[in-house]
Ligand binder design. Structure first.
Ligand code: ASP
Ligand code: MG
Length: 448
């Protein structure tokens, strides 16, 4: 109801509005769990999940009494989608595997349910609306579970199928998260992909603005569960959003906003449950007061790997080979630091990747290790990266001093430091210190 109220308000305020929806909370997780358990030989769980989801969606439909006659048709749709879920899971169970393609067919069903319900509610409330299956609009490559939309094809499909609805005064409610490849096979854009759907449809439809409605007041200056005084950041540049997303803040994925950035379309992040709060505006260029830090974030569950040896000094290629070995394990590197003595290289990877990464680097350096040019490859576990983000630290002396001062006063030791873009400063800390560090930086550097 809240979502419908927002749509009606915006539909009255703007000439044309396209709505993109996610699945209801927890639904995609449940669908994925159904598929995984079925693949693992469990022939029962998916049936229970189907029953649970059926009950939940039926409850929602039932709680919207204004649906009247539409209610029965909608319930039939809900049943149809969940029957498909059970059928897909049964096949997965028989085959004993859930291929990426099967996972997409299954995990995309939640959006099909939510779009139908919202469109029906809008219609009943007097707002002409129609659910649109994104497989008719969003054309993607074949990378199941992380497909990339193809802009030209998508633009053509939008012109054919979406613009006429808008011209006719209808508010389309498009399923987020999913699309189809050129052959029409269902794909998904990766978890959390509805934002990405909104961005690509915004570009393809030539939107004036794209608004992302979430469940918090825009992008916050810190995780509100950690910092009670966390507040909405009024404006962020694309670069700052990228830093925040990379360093663990659950904001927009930079990939999501890229098409919007490139086309200079303003983007807002707003709160469904507090629509009056202006939220966060995301703009292309930097927009900052010199010396200010906007947000602080932490990414947990990491390990630092160090390659060290006196024989590395002045030897070209050690870094290239090290990182090639890391890449070979499919691990992403979150932070790198090398002392100018060239006697060690340290980098941070997710904790789950550390054992294979150390083995791979040792394998790559086998000769150097035997010759003692490299002394050892080792890891420090249970570390957290705490990152302060703000373009205001660019070219302003003293920001790092304030950050380090805040940590020093709390007696927190810094293991390693990296400053990349000059709009973020990352500190590697023992996991046990991270929460306290976030609070101190917020209190002493962001709040004033
Ligand atoms: N429903 C999908 C997910 O949970 C997409 C989204 O929520 O953006 O990943
Ligand atoms: Mg979601």
């Amino acid at each position: 109801r809240q979502a419908a109220a927002i749509v009606r308000e915006q539909a009255a305020a703007w000439d044309r509005v396209v709505v993109v929806v996610s699945a209801m909370s927890g639904v995609t997780d449940a669908l994925v769990r159904g598929a995984r358990t079925a693949a693992a030989g469990d022939g029962e769980t998916y049936g229970a999940i189907a029953a649970e989801l059926r009950a939940r969606h039926r409850d929602v439909v039932g709680a919207l009494p204004s649906l009247d006659g539409e209610g029965a048709a909608l319930l039939a749709d809900v049943d149809g989608v969940l029957d498909a879920f059970a059928t897909f899971c049964r096949s997965v169970h028989v085959l004993g595997e859930a291929t990426p393609r099967a996972m997409d067919a299954i995990s995309s069903l939640g959006e099909r349910l939510s779009a139908g319900i919202l469109a029906a509610l809008l219609r009943r409330q007097g707002c002409p609306s129609q659910a649109v299956d994104a497989r008719q609009l969003v054309v993607t490559d074949d990378a199941f579970q992380g497909a990339v939309p193809l802009l030209d094809e998508t633009r053509a499909a939008v012109a054919r199928r979406l613009l006429p609805l808008l011209e006719g005064g209808t508010v389309p409610v498009v399923t987020g998260f999913l699309g189809a490849n050129r052959q029409g096979v269902t794909t998904t854009l990766g978890r959390g992909g509805s934002d990405c759907s909104a961005a690509i449809l915004g570009v393809a439809a030539g939107a004036d603005e794209v608004w992302i409605w979430t469940d918090v007041n825009g992008v916050m200056s810190a995780d509100p569960r950690l910092v009670a005084a966390a507040r909405t950041v009024p404006c962020l540049s694309y670069a700052e959003v990228g830093e925040l997303a990379y360093f663990g803040a659950r904001v927009l994925h930079p990939r999501t906003i890229r098409p919007v950035v490139e086309h200079g379309i303003p983007l807002w992040v707003k709160n469904t449950f507090d629509p009056a709060c202006p939220g966060t505006r995301i703009v292309a260029g930097p927009e900052s007061t010199p010396g200010t830090v906007k947000a602080v974030t932490a990414i947990e569950g990491l390990s630092m790997v160090t390659v060290e040896g006196r024989g590395m000094l002045g030897v070209p290629g050690i870094a290239a080979r090290t990182f090639a070995a890391v890449a070979g394990q499919g691990a992403s590197v979150l932070m790198i630091s090398q002392a100018s003595s060239e006697q060690s290289i340290s980098f941070v990877v997710p904790g789950a990747a550390v054992a294979p990464v150390v083995r791979a680097v040792e394998g790559e350096m086998a000769r150097e290790l035997a010759r003692r040019d490299v002394d050892r490859v080792w890891s420090l576990d249970d570390v957290t990266i705490v990152t302060a983000v703000g373009a205001g630290m660019r070219a302003t002396p003293g920001v790092a001093h304030r950050i380090f001062g805040a940590l020093a006063r709390a007696g927190i030791n810094v293991v390693a430091i990296a400053q990349g873009s000059e709009c973020s400063l990352s500190l590697l800390l023992a996991a046990a210190d991270a929460r306290q560090a976030v609070r101190r930086i917020h209190e002493e550097v962001i709040e004033p």
